[in-house]
Write a protein that binds this ligand. Sequence first.
Ligand SMILES: [Zn+2]
Length: 229
Amino acid sequence: MRGWWREIGSLVLPTACAGCGGARTVLCAACRTLLSAGPAVRVRPVPEPEGLPPVYAAVAYADEARAVLLAHKERGVLSLAGPLGRALAVGVRAASAAAAAEDRLLSLVPVPSSRPAVAGRGHDPVRRIALAAAGWLRREGLAVRVRPALRQRRRVADQSGLTAGQRAANLAGALVVRPGGLAAGDPVLLVDDVLTTGASLAEAARAVRSAGGRPVGAAVVAGPPIGWT
Ligand SMILES: [Zn+2]
């Protein structure tokens, strides 16, 4: 109900651009271009968590990109999933090229949100962006499929406000692959909205490996703004 209401709301209310606050449109042409112009950049958190596969980001997590991600995630502007998916697709392309995995059916595995977070927001933003990204990539001829193979095994504390070490401890062993969630042998590309400390992606990679899967890389819409070139 909540998601339905938001979707209707974002259709009928004339809104400012979610990125720059300009033109009376959900996302202006300039912000749309900024999100997916590429090239994707390999991003490395400092310190880099053990087991983190190579991560590629389409943009830096700042300014317009940050505003668009938050509008989608927290305000439920669901029509932003398309442009955000296009940005994620830029990261996925770079990650799959780096892993030389383009000729195989690639499984995009979203980092799961907790059930209370999904219930509170009325939607699962990362999964929605991943599905949009897969749509773009298939239209461009890449064989991809979204596999929501991971789930949280136990409740984890809100990550915001935790140090890198605390985040890693908070997440250790928190994720598990659903039975039958992965196709044996298919390369897995982990996807998330934002990379901060890398703790979530490292834990996701660990869970995939422990289920016999093969995480070859990761892609995010946005990476840490520091060190972005
Ligand atoms: Zn704009």
